[in-house]
Design a protein around this ligand. Sequence first.
Ligand code: SF4
Ligand code: SF4
Length: 389
Amino acid sequence: MAQTNRIEPDLQFIRDLQAAGGESLKKCYQCATCSVVCPLSPEQNPYPRKEMIWAQWGLKDKLVGDLDMWLCHNCGQCSEQCPRGAKPADLMAAMRNMAYQNIAQPAIMGKLMSAPKYLPVLVAIPAVIFLVVWFITAGFGTPVDENGNVLWRLVFPQTAFIDPLFALTAIAVALIFARGVLNLIKTFNDSPQAPVGGVPVMDVLKSTWQVIKDEILTHAKFKSCGGDNTDRYYGHMGIFFGFIALFIVTAYVGAAYWLGVFTGLDLKTPMSLWNPFKILANVATIGLIIGLVLVTKRRLNLDDAKFKSCYYDWYLLGVIWVVVLTGMFSQLLRLANVPGIAYPVYFLHLVSIFMLFAYLPWSKLAHLVYRTIALGYARKVGREPKPQV
Ligand code: SF4
Ligand code: SF4
């Protein structure tokens, strides 16, 4: 007697996928053009056609452990060529967006990051924290030091508040990411495509380190994607290295400040404009702005019929824009010594920095971590992209 396989579609999962950016998935008629044109998809068991049918059928179990969604580089070639306008690139991005919600805990944060209606809550959390501190330190006033200069620490003290808050945030984010990475590797190991017995975590991490050296730092995959990715390539380079440079400057300022607290040495903050770290910070800011302009321009010029930016894309871009612009203007306003505007702008700067870093494990930027791990896993199990011709 012939065996019948019964498929139980998860309708809510389909609706969630559509809401997360895969709204056109039902248009797919399985022609496989997308899998053929994808410049990265492996020749054996290629993507994204199979993901399209899994999504149409609501096969959540298959999609949740799908390694391939992380290998996709979101270049949009498949959506460009899809004859039905089913936007497979958007579906791959939507799957990743949903994964951010489930991998990192607590899951309620993933929910809050998933739709614009929750944005006021995300803003309110840091805004209330910083407003309470402002009230305690200065009663919402805009104090100046004995020389009449604006000094951030008069309102937001570094020793008692800023450094402990961001240090605790960094530790929490690191722990959430660590747990998320273990969850992700377990998901891959539990999938039917995994090698028998799975891949040990340490092996995945070693392989990931190789990927970081070979691909991430060089942005090599951007070059192997077809089409005109120039804006995207230079945009991501500007943002990526801009953030790394600013991280180095922040680490220097934090370390030097705390060294001063314990040794009595005076770092002299704010730093002079000619301090090498200050120069690095300003160059990084310019790189970030150039990167943001290129990425924003590309997103605004996308052909909506083929490729659509979703809330996750705009949330991240918007927050980075606010971080960079408020950082730049708070510095200018401090130098111009206009306390009445400088402090409110600096307050917005702190709120946006908190929104960028504290919510990192649930934002699109989390793909920096999860995708890198997935690439490491893929390399370990030999699931390499198709050879470039
Ligand atoms: S997504 Fe488009 S290109 Fe891919 S199989 Fe479906 S209809 Fe064909
Ligand atoms: S967006 Fe690019 S990398 Fe991703 S599936 Fe489509 S063609 Fe492949």
